[in-house]
Design a protein around this ligand. Structure first.
Ligand SMILES: [Zn+2]
Length: 310
């Protein structure tokens, strides 16, 4: 674990310093009353403990973050964040349990909280200024919330989780989500809300894209059913970027996360979106990626009740 040699992965004071400079770039802020002034470290108190003069309450940088009310030391949290953002497929709760020598339940909860931190709140439509947006869907795992209707096991995709994803080809970023089904009534509103009207939309020939496709500047269609992957008369018509995205996601989900309940799948998607959108090819190195994930820890508290699996 030579990559984890930095002091903030091992010493609590150094870890607090990293989190404080990341979340409070202009100095401490009282999370209770918002005061920027008369905040003083508590002498002889816990590491990172401050006292607010105006509201007279005590706080650390953990208040209001995914780290709040966790008994795990901050330097171990930083290890977990770094490991999750720097390995291509992410790390499983089992791996984290072994690395931190903690209970499985603790590791499970940490990985899910870190996925929450990676979740982007960005709702800006893709493909503004006439950019190109690829949209496609894929199937993964088994959705145990769906009762089989006498189908033969292993055939079709009705029993699988359905994932819809979009890639903005110009910025090289992706956004993915869990969908209940692939009906036009489900897919069209998502495409409409996520893609700018002036965009060039790229999809396969699936029926759920046909009508909504007319609402965009252009709708390029490749006929995967006829083994067409790039249109010969216009090589810019393809969905190969998003297929590449799905292949990373699927390899990761297969190798690292064997089974995943539907209610947690959106967090795994957020994790893969995050790493894809902050990848080395876009000029983001491991340290910067960790720092960006850290900036997302605020306001993403996951309660034990909603977060924990059975
Ligand atoms: Zn205050």
């Amino acid at each position: 674990m030579s990559v984890l040699s930095a002091t903030y992965f091992h010493y609590e004071e150094a870890a607090y310093q990293v989190v404080e400079t990341t979340l409070w770039p202009h100095g401490p802020v009282c999370p209770r009353c918002g005061s920027l002034d008369r905040l003083t470290p508590v002498k002889g108190g816990r590491i990172g403990l401050n006292r607010c003069g105006p509201c007279k309450r005590q706080f650390t940088v953990k208040v209001g973050t995914i780290f709040e009310s966790s008994h795990v030391p901050l330097h171990q949290w930083l290890q977990a964040v770094f490991l999750m953002v720097s390995s291509k497929k992410g790390i499983s709760s089992h791996q984290l349990m072994r690395i931190l020598d903690c209970q499985y339940r603790t590791a499970w909860f940490m990985t899910h909280r870190i996925r929450e931190a990676m979740r982007s709140g960005d709702l800006e439509p893709f493909g503004g200024h006439g950019g190109t947006v690829e949209v496609d869907e894929t199937f993964i795992g088994n959705d145990r919330t769906i009762k089989p209707k006498g189908q033969k096991k292993g055939r079709g995709y009705a029993h699988k989780h359905k994932v819809l994803a979009l890639v903005d080809r110009e910025s090289g970023t992706a956004r993915s989500m869990v969908v209940d089904d692939l009906k036009t009534a489900t897919i069209a509103p998502i495409v409409r809300a996520s893609v700018a009207r002036e965009a060039r939309l790229m999809t396969d020939e699936a029926a759920h894209y046909t009508r909504v496709g007319r609402e965009f500047a252009e709708h390029g269609v490749v006929r995967h059913g006829k083994d067409e992957y790039v249109r010969l008369d216009d090589p810019s018509v393809h969905t190969n970027t998003i297929e590449g995205y799905f292949s990373v996601f699927k390899r990761g989900m297969k190798g690292t996360y064997q089974h995943c309940a539907k209610k947690h799948l959106h967090r795994y998607l957020a994790e893969f979106d995050f790493r894809y959108n902050n990848r080395a090819r876009l000029g983001v190195d491991d340290a910067e990626r960790a720092s960006r994930a850290l900036r997302g820890v605020v306001g993403k508290r996951l309660t034990y009740e909603t977060g924990i699996g059975r």
